[in-house]
Design a protein around this ligand. Structure first.
Ligand SMILES: Cc1cc2nc3c(=O)[nH]c(=O)nc-3n(C[C@H](O)[C@H](O)[C@H](O)COP(=O)(O)OP(=O)(O)OC[C@H]3O[C@@H](n4cnc5c(N)ncnc54)[C@H](O)[C@@H]3O)c2cc1C
Length: 299
C-alpha cells in the first residue's frame, strides 16, 4: 500500500480538472485490505476526509478548489486469467483485476481470441469503474457479460457477489451492500471464443465508429449528460439549443459531439459548471426535459 499526500485531481482525471485532495491511498489487491481498513479509519476520522474510490478518472468532473477527499485507487497492474479452464467449448470465463484499464483488457482479448467486448473499444476507464458505472457502448453493457464481482468493504471484507444478485441500470450499479466504501477488486466475465484476427477486426471497426463520432483524443470525460430517453438523446437536444461547439474560457461542448464537454487546455471547473448550468437551463426551457449528469460531479 502506498500513501501520497495532496494528490491533484487534475492529474488523475481525463478532463484534466480538479483541485487537491487530502491524501491518496494506492492498494495493490486483496493483501492490502486490512491495512487499508486501518488507514481509512484513521484518515477519515482524524482528518475528517470523505473516502472516494477513483479509477482512471474518465467519468469525473471535479471542482478546482481543495477537496476534503481521501482517494482510494487500485494499482493498475495484473493480467486477466482463466477463471475456469473448461467453461465450455465455445465460452471462456475470465477473471480480471479491477484496476486493469479496459484498453489493456481488450488487447488481451484480441491476443487470446476472446469475443464479446469489442463494442467497448475506445472506452478509457478501468474494469472497476466500468462495473460501478455499468459502462456501455453500442449495445453492450457490463451487466451483459458479468458473472461475479469481488467487492471489498471495511465492514465485510472481501465478498464475491453473483451478477444475478446485483442491480444494474443505465450508468448505475447497486451491489445490495449497505456500506459507504465498496471497492470492486476483481470481476469474472463470460466471453465467447473466436479467432484473434476476427476479434481484432471487429474492435477496429467499433473504434473507427467511435472516433468518427466522438472527440476521443481530446481531454473529456465522455458523455457529460445522460440521455433523457432513446427518443431524446442528450447530444441532439444540446445541438438544438445551440450548445454544440459553445465555448466558455477554455472549456467547450465539442464540435464533433455536443454531449462531450472538452478541456481545450487550461480550462477551469467554474467554466465547466457554468456551461452545464446553461445547457440544462436551455434544454429545460425549450423541451421541458431535465438533463441529468452522467459524469460523477465532485464539487
Ligand atoms: C473519450 C471517452 C469515451 C468514453 N466512452 C464511454 C462509453 O462509450 N460508454 C461509457 O459507459 N462510458 C464512456 N466513457 C466514460 C468512462 O470511461 C466510463 O464511465 C468508465 O467506466 C469509468 O471508469 P473509470 O475507471 O475511469 O472510473 P472513474 O471515472 O475513476 O470513476 C467513476 C465512478 O466509478 C467508481 N469507481 C471507479 N473504480 C472503482 C472500483 N474499483 N470500485 C468501485 N467503484 C469504482 C468511482 O468511485 C466513481 O463513482 C468515456 C470516457 C471518455 C473520456
Amino acid at each position: 500500500m502506498r500513501v501520497l499526500p495532496g494528490p491533484l485531481l487534475a492529474d488523475r482525471t481525463t478532463l484534466r480538472l480538479g483541485g487537491k485532495a487530502m491524501v491518496e491511498i494506492v492498494v495493490q489487491g486483496e493483501a492490502d485490505m486490512d491495512e487499508l481498513a486501518g488507514s481509512l479509519d484513521e484518515r477519515t476520522t482524524r482528518l475528517g476526509g470523505m473516502p472516494m474510490i477513483l479509477g482512471a478518472g474518465s467519468n469525473i468532473l471535479a471542482a478546482d478548489h481543495e477537496l476534503g477527499l481521501v482517494l482510494i485507487r487500485l494499482h493498475g497492474g495484473g493480467e486477466p486469467s482463466l477463471a475456469q479452464q473448461d467453461a465450455g467449448r465455445d465460452t471462456l470465463l475470465i477473471r480480471v483485476p479491477a484496476g486493469l484499464r479496459l484498453p489493456r483488457l481488450l488487447g488481451w482479448c484480441c491476443t487470446r481470441g476472446a469475443k464479446g467486448l469489442e463494442p467497448w473499444a475506445g472506452i478509457p476507464g478501468t474494469v472497476g469503474g466500468a462495473v460501478a458505472m455499468n459502462a456501455g457502448s453500442y449495445g453492450l453493457e457490463m451487466a451483459d457479460v458479468l458473472e461475479r464481482v469481488l467487492i471489498w468493504t471495511p465492514g465485510l471484507g472481501c465478498v464475491w457477489r453473483k451478477a444475478v444478485d446485483l442491480g444494474f441500470g443505465y450508468r448505475w450499479f447497486d451491489s445490495g451492500l449497505d456500506e459507504l466504501v465498496q471497492l470492486v477488486l476483481a470481476v469474472e466475465l463470460r466471453l465467447d471464443r473466436d479467432e484473434p484476427d476476427a476479434v481484432r477486426t471487429r474492435m477496429r471497426q467499433f473504434y473507427g465508429r467511435k472516433r468518427q463520432s466522438q472527440p476521443v483524443t481530446m481531454a473529456s470525460a465522455g458523455c457529460v449528460f445522460k440521455n433523457p430517453s432513446s427518443e431524446y438523446p442528450a447530444g441532439k437536444l444540446l445541438e438544438q439549443v445551440g450548445m454544440r461547439g459553445y465555448r466558455r474560457g477554455n472549456m467547450a461542448f465539442s464540435e464533433q459531439h455536443a454531449n462531450f464537454l472538452v478541456n481545450l487546455g487550461g480550462g477551469t471547473s467554474s467554466d465547466a459548471f457554468a456551461l452545464l448550468d446553461m445547457a440544462q437551463e436551455r434544454v429545460e426551457r425549450r423541451f421541458g426535459l431535465e438533463l441529468k449528469t452522467e459524469v460523477r460531479v465532485i464539487a
